[in-house]
Write a protein that binds this ligand. Structure first.
Ligand code: PMP
Length: 460
């Protein structure tokens, strides 16, 4: 598209430096300006309609244009637009949401700390774990074990937990307190002939060997997304979480579940911890907590962690950590209303039901010549494109074919996400079966366009 002088597009290129964007390419092609949204659809400034099959960034559970969230925000803005939660101050929406989160979350999580973003929440997790081990007089027990392919955000600390090159190359990350272990993706990392069960055993043994090599008295925590999102929608082997938890318990290593994408119904259960029987010491949530109508995240943690930390705050004077907007009244009010909508409309059950249709539909692409693997659970799924189905060889350069498909999908009125050559789907939880069929039909057209282009030798 030509960028007209003084257009929104030209001003965007001139003034706004974008996250996750190739700046030079952006200068050439300009932005896609999204103007409004309704339900599972968004509309660009040219009036074109798209099905938002990634729910924004995996987050708009109740869909776009939900008036109840607008009203909740408006009411709170009028009553108390801002107040903080530092030094014994509080306000009703933050209190109500903290109570609600403790009551709805898996057993054993009894306390809530609010942040604005998932990255800040994961930074908070690291600081809680460090503070906790200092409180217990274990000053050496500070390392975190995370997984290759994991995503925990992009701040200096959270970006160190993340196990993706794109977030670390050029940024001098990760910091040295993190060790990354093998990504639990059977298709890519299992050995020839290795069953899912044996693969899970091997990864648990690797975790144990890593803890022993580092010294158990130096390892504070293990962090993982139950189902990895940004790393390519990777569902672990069934017994993986059970096995890694056993290892963590053996060495007094905290288990942290990052449910920033998984939480609040995405997998067809309220939390992924239910799906995989995870009993975390700390749980991180964000995104679908407000359907991203407001920025909000939270760390939930056990009473054992709380008690040690609380004693330490008394020794040190106070807990010297928190954000100006921790528990922001408008964000927490919107969160409460959003969770009420998820409950009243049965959106978790909808994710299970409609999710089955998504998974069955995606599975029909497994025989396509470009498709190496189809995977997913509930209302999150992915299709991985490969150069050679038999050898699983990736395309060279990686990401070129994924980007081509992503752009064809947009031409067909479908927004998905291309993670290198993996196409991810994560539609709003309100999506209907008919809309899922439409997502699949549009994707199928884009896939066929891509196949024709690949067969033609990928002309520029
Ligand atoms: N953890 C996970 C699992 C995520 O998917 C994300 C965001 N995609 C984050 C943390 C970071 O959240 P934020 O972008 O709000 O910092």
């Amino acid at each position: 598209m030509t960028i007209l002088p003084n257009s929104l597009h030209a001003r965007d290129v001139a003034y706004q430096f974008h996250p996750y964007t190739n700046a030079r390419r952006h200068e050439r092609i300009g932005p896609m300006v999204i103007d409004r949204g309704s339900g599972v659809y968004v509309y660009d400034d040219q009036g074109r309609e798209y099905i938002e099959a990634l729910a924004g960034l995996w987050s708009v559970a109740v869909g776009f244009g939900e008036q109840r969230l607008v009203d909740a925000a408006t009411r709170q803005m009028a009553r108390l637009p801002y107040y903080h939660t530092f030094s014994h101050k509080s306000h009703e929406p933050s209190i109500e949401l903290a109570e609600k989160l403790v009551k709805m979350s898996p057993d054993g999580l009894d306390h809530v700390f609010f942040t604005n973003s998932g990255s800040e929440a994961n930074d908070t997790v690291v600081k809680l774990a460090w503070y906790y081990n200092n409180a217990l007089d274990r000053p050496q027990k500070k390392k975190f074990i995370a997984r290759n392919g994991g995503y925990h955000g992009i701040t200096v600390v959270a970006g160190s937990l993340t196990g993706l090159q794109v977030n670390q190359r050029g940024f001098d990350l990760p910091l040295p307190f993190v060790r990354h272990v093998t990504c639990p993706h059977h298709y890519r990392y299992a050995e020839a002939g290795e069953s899912e069960e044996a693969f899970a055993d091997r990864l648990a043994a690797e975790l144990e060997a890593t803890i022993l090599a580092e010294g158990p008295d130096t390892v504070a925590a293990f962090i993982g997304e139950p189902v990895m999102g940004a790393g390519g929608v990777l569902v672990p082997p069934r017994t993986y979480w059970q096995k890694v938890q056993e290892v963590c318990r053996r060495y007094d290593v905290l288990v942290v579940a990052d449910e920033v994408i998984n939480g609040f119904g995405r997998l067809g259960t309220l939390f992924a911890c239910e799906t995989f029987d995870i009993k975390p010491d700390l749980l991180v949530v964000s995104k679908q907590i407000t359907s991203s109508y407001q920025p909000l995240a939270a760390v939930l943690f056990s009473d054992a962690v709380y008690q040690a930390i609380a004693d330490q705050t008394e020794r040190l004077g106070n807990f010297g950590h928190g954000f100006t907007a921790s528990g922001h009244p408008v964000a927490t009010a919107v969160g409460l209303e959003n969770l009420a909508i998820i409950e009243e409309r049965g959106l978790v059950a909808n994710a299970a039901k409609v999710g089955a249709r998504l998974q069955a539909g995606l599975a029909t692409f497994a025989d396509h010549p470009l498709v190496g693997e189809v995977r997913g659970i509930g209302l999150i799924g992915a299709v991985e494109l490969v150069a050679d189905k038999a050898t699983k060889a990736k395309f060279d350069p990686p990401g070129k074919v994924g980007l081509y498909l992503f752009e064809r999908a947009q031409e067909h009125g479908l927004i998905v996400r291309a993670i290198a050559d993996t196409i991810a789907f994560c539609p709003p939880l309100i999506i209907t079966e008919a809309q899922i069929d439409e997502v699949l039909a549009r994707f199928g057209r884009a896939l066929d366009d891509t196949q024709a282009w690949v067969v033609a030798g990928m002309p520029a």
